[in-house]
Design a protein around this ligand. Structure first.
Ligand code: NI
Length: 657
């Protein structure tokens, strides 16, 4: 029996598309922006017995290019009918992958663009021009409000397969009406040099590669320790559902931990809700550069098909992603999600010096569930980790190619860094927002802000060494808006006030932030109006069905002030209720020459740690791994007598059976 939170299957997506067509809601100019699961009511999922399927529904976002109108529809798949259909004017849904491709072709065939290209680059083959669709944003103009626009960036390859990003066409900025799929003008900004070198990174272009690397193979002769049924994954004590959709990409659902024979709920839903990359160069060719990669591009739409041995190493279980094209045709991204186990060093260790021959040490192992998206020049990897000690971690991996500009020789960019002659990378930031719908042992939870404070000197603190954790229960949305604070080592704790652990405290999970940043652009900057979620690192809301995206449902070309800033302005009570914890985390990227031509991965994320959720170290029962002799590899090294347990690289002893 499939879990009710599983994403729509290919068949269900086609069914939804067919029902919309049968209802006369699809014209030749209609695009399907997304068709995803409309999740069943939460109480139904918590009460689901696994015996009878819950009704399946789809949520579709459509856009009609002829009328510049968006439509939202909820479709009852089980009952074969449209439940609702409403039209929205004045919003621009996510640009579809089809529009990316069509926009490039529209620019390349445009006479306006060809003339501008000739003026800037001479007589070059237009087939060597790369056109990356970039969102237009909203800068207060009439066309920003009334047209569906893109402002692509263009680059000139030397040949058909080299690194075109190394050669920006800085001086020309086409503006494309995506409804008519036509260049409406080309903005020209004077003459700029086109860098000479393509500075390669493709293996076929790097003849002198290092030769001193020997293979690392990860083998699990007994297979992995997880089981998969549909999209439900069970791994040691963990159970969860792996989701995916066109907008958010990878999502995790209904995360539970088996403790003392009970499946205890922790997180109901975890998702990336938005991310924005604002650039910090005020120059005329760069000032409009920012990208909302979830709301404007669709992180799931941009997901890669992952490859064994390259993206993923070990015993991998892949999940495909079923989406649809903008015309409603099935679109399968094979191997969009990778799941595997990783050895993660030491889980815990102690040597009793009176018993030196029996140190107690355990290997840590984590379950990795990941997906990688390519948003034009940049790559984002989203890696969720579950650990044996109850920890849950998100690590975002940033890699790919910097968004580059060109400069005359001898010029130093004040708002960026030269990475090669004529080539510079503007300073920028990456802000992510993650929505964590906690259900710690039930739906009614409270968020506490925990600050560590020193006791004042007093008779009861004679050596002035005392400090304590001060937990403040957050009661309202406005109060809950807050920033990280290094001075107080601020963290947050999500507790269930009604469920006490064995020492009488409410059970909870602690939220531990990682690296973070403040935005450097002014609050008046155009992009910040649309990204008010960067105003605070932490936000807490009471759960609401329609509140899923930190910058609002339609940030593309929006006027702004939507999403978290608007909802939390209501200052609704958030204590002892179904709370949602939102975290904004930023990476300030001052580029380096070493980020060129392709950027070594940078990492950012956060950690969730059980804090009074369990009665003791939940990994106390992890058995020791078998000891091996130095130099002994796995499986078949000669002269060693081993049981099957010794052949496992990622292993626990085989305890009979
Ligand atoms: Ni960056």
């Amino acid at each position: 029996m499939n879990h009710p939170l599983e994403p729509l299957s290919a068949g269900e997506i086609t069914h939804a598309v067919d029902l919309l067509k049968q209802a006369g809601k699809v014209t030749p100019t209609t695009r399907f922006v997304s068709v995803s699961l409309k999740e069943p009511p939460k109480a139904d999922v918590h009460g689901w017995d696994g015996a009878k399927a819950l009704p399946r529904r789809a949520f579709a976002v459509l856009f009609d290019n002829a009328t510049n109108t968006a439509h939202e529809s909820v479709i009852h798949l089980t009952d074969n009918r449209l439940h609702s259909f409403r039209s929205l004017t004045g919003v621009q849904p996510t640009m579809t992958v089809d529009e990316q491709v069509e926009c490039e072709q529209a620019v390349l065939r445009s006479p306006l663009f060809r003339e501008a290209l000739r003026r800037h680059a001479g007589d070059v083959d237009p087939a060597l021009v790369m056109v990356d669709i970039w969102s237009a944003g909203n800068y207060g103009s009439e066309e920003d409000r009334t047209l569906r626009l893109a402002r692509p960036l263009c680059f000139l390859r030397r040949d058909a397969t080299d690194n075109g990003y190394a050669r920006p066409l800085e001086g020309i900025r086409p503006v494309v009406d995506l409804n008519r799929m036509e260049v409406i003008r080309v903005e020209e900004h004077g003459s700029w040099p086109i860098p000479e070198s393509s500075c390669h990174y493709a293996a076929s272009r790097i003849p002198d590669q290092r030769r001193d690397i020997k293979a690392i193979d990860i083998t699990q002769p007994q297979g992995p320790s997880f089981t998969v049924e549909g999209r439900t994954v069970t791994w040691q004590n963990w159970t969860l559902v792996v989701g995916f959709n066109a907008r958010e990409g990878l999502t995790l659902h209904h995360i539970r931990y088996r403790d003392g024979g009970r499946d205890r709920s922790i997180l109901y839903r975890a998702s990336l809700t938005e991310m924005v990359v604002p650039y910090g160069d005020p120059g005329p060719t760069q000032a409009r550069k920012n990208a909302f990669d979830v709301g404007e591009y669709g992180m799931g739409m941009c997901a890669n098909s992952l490859q064994l041995g390259c993206d993923c190493l070990g015993h991998i279980h892949y999940f495909d992603a079923d989406l649809c094209t903008s015309r409603g045709e099935p679109l399968k991204i094979a191997n969009a999600i990778c799941m595997h186990e990783e050895d993660f060093g030491i889980l815990w260790k102690h040597t009793d010096r009176r018993l030196p021959d029996s140190p107690e040490v355990r290997r840590s192992r984590r379950l990795v569930i990941s997906s990688v998206s390519t948003v034009e020049n940049y790559e984002y990897g989203f890696f969720w980790y579950l650990y044996q000690d109850g920890n849950i971690q998100l690590e975002v991996k940033l890699t790919g190619i910097l968004s580059l500009g060109s400069l005359p020789l001898g010029t130093k960019p004040p708002h960026g860094v030269l990475v090669a002659p004529h080539v510079y990378a503007p300073n920028h930031q990456h802000f992510f927002n993650v929505r964590l719908d906690f259900d710690i042992d039930g739906m009614a939870n409270t968020v506490q802000q925990v600050d560590v404070v020193a006791d004042p000197p007093s008779g009861s603190n004679p050596f002035e060494n005392a400090f304590r954790a001060r937990a403040t229960s957050l009661t309202g949305e406005v109060m809950a808006r807050s920033h990280l604070c290094l001075e107080t080592g601020r963290s947050w704790k999500i507790v269930n006030p009604a469920v006490k652990n064995h020492v009488g405290d409410p059970v909870g999970y602690r939220f531990l932030p990682g690296d973070n940043a403040f935005p450097f652009a002014s609050p008046n900057a155009w992009w910040r109006k649309r990204a008010r979620f960067v105003d605070h690192h932490v936000w807490v809301t009471p759960w609401h069905e329609d509140e899923n995206f930190a910058a609002g449902d339609y940030p593309n070309q929006s006027a702004g002030d939507d999403g978290l800033i608007r909802w939390t302005g209501q200052d609704r009570p958030i204590e002892n209720t179904d709370v949602v914890f939102w975290y904004t985390f930023g990476h300030t990227h001052l580029p380096r020459p070493e980020d060129y031509p392709v950027m070594p991965t940078a990492y950012i994320g956060f950690l969730l740690k059980p804090s009074g959720f369990f009665n003791l170290n939940p990994a106390n029962d992890v058995p020791p791994s078998p000891a091996r002799k130095a130099g002994q590899g796995c499986c078949e090294s000669p002269g060693e007598t081993k049981g099957p347990e010794a052949t496992i690289l990622l292993g626990v002893p085989n305890r009979g059976g």
